[in-house]
Each structure stands twice: as structure tokens, then as C-alpha cells.
Design a protein around this ligand. Structure first.
Ligand code: ADP
Length: 157
């Protein structure tokens, strides 16, 4: 990307929202907490190619942890280890962010949070006839924000 693209991308961080650049929830690869990490599952995870996988309990709306795929390297498929066992050990709590948050604030939050460069994008619903609840709209990573600055797709290593 040339310099003017980068500058215009950086200026847009104050107006664009996380919802505008996130990966939509129906396209997010997730795992259920009770999944057995057998050979088939580990193979599927590796084929997906993602570094971070949201882990949900029961329903996909209930994301409780993140699995980092490099942590699967030490797992023996014959042990039939549960996703929950790995999650309990590493315990990566996801960052949650409101869908309306601007990208400059998101970037700052990622840099402050340190290692966990994925946030779950939520929208709060407050219906008159029931309790308020959060809807998960998608996920956003540091790469999604950087991509906006560079204004072009980053070629993954
Ligand atoms: P990775 O390191 O796994 O390649 P990045 O953080 O570089 O992930 O993000 C690359 C793109 O993939 C981003 O658009 C991000 O929103 C998306 N992404 C990351 N993890 C997942 C996932 N588990 N399911 C679907 N999309 C994902």
C-alpha cells in the first residue's frame, strides 16, 4: 500500500466501527467445550488454519474461552483430551467489545490486552418484555484493524 492509502486508512479508524470490519459470526470457526480432541477433530482444526478458535458452551451464542491452535501440538490424539481440559489449563478469556466501538479504540484495547488479539463483537438487546441479552455478531482480530490501515488485504505468512 502506498503512503496516501495508509494515511487515509488511519484517519478512518476514528469513524469505522468494529461491526464494519469484523468476521461475521456465521463465518467463524468455533468449537464446543465438550468436543473430544481425537485425530479427526485435530485434523479438521489444522485444516481450518486459524490461530484462535472461540470455544462455546452449549449454544454458539455462549462463547466462554479461546483455544490457541499451537497448544494442540502437545496433545496425543489417542488420549481423547477434551477441549474443556485444554481451556481450563490455558484459560484464555476472550475480550468482548460492543459492536459500536470505533477501530481506534479497538486498536488501543488490543495493544493493552497484550496476547489475546481477538475480541467477540456483541450487541446488547433490551426488549421490553424480557431481560436484556447480548447477541454475538462476530469476531475481530488485530489483523482486521491493521488491514483497514493498510487498505489492502494482508497476505498471511
Ligand atoms: P489467523 O492468525 O488465524 O490467520 P488473524 O488474526 O490473522 O487470524 O485474522 C485473519 C482473518 O481471519 C481475520 O479477518 C479474522 O477476523 C479471521 N479469523 C480469525 N480467527 C477466526 C476463526 N476462528 N474463524 C473465522 N475467522 C477467523
Amino acid at each position: 500500500a502506498d503512503t496516501s492509502n495508509i494515511i487515509s486508512g488511519a484517519l478512518q479508524l476514528t469513524t469505522k466501527r468494529v461491526e464494519d470490519v469484523m468476521t461475521r459470526i456465521e463465518d467463524v470457526y468455533m468449537l464446543e467445550i465438550n468436543t473430544v480432541l481425537d485425530f479427526e477433530t485435530i485434523t479438521e482444526i489444522m485444516h481450518q488454519g486459524y490461530t484462535r478458535i472461540p470455544v462455546y458452551d452449549g449454544e454458539k451464542t455462549n462463547i466462554i474461552n479461546l483455544l490457541n491452535t499451537k497448544e494442540l501440538a502437545l496433545i496425543d490424539p489417542d488420549d481423547k483430551t477434551l477441549v474443556s481440559t485444554v481451556c481450563r489449563f490455558y484459560d484464555h478469556r476472550p475480550l468482548f467489545v460492543d459492536h459500536d466501538v470505533k477501530l481506534d479504540a479497538m486498536l488501543q484495547a488490543f495493544l493493552q490486552a497484550g496476547s489475546s488479539h481477538m475480541a467477540i463483537v456483541q450487541k446488547l438487546h433490551s426488549p421490553a418484555d424480557r431481560d436484556p441479552y447480548f447477541e454475538n455478531l462476530g469476531v475481530i482480530t488485530l489483523e482486521d484493524v491493521i488491514e483497514e490501515i493498510l487498505q489492502s488485504e494482508i497476505v498471511d505468512e
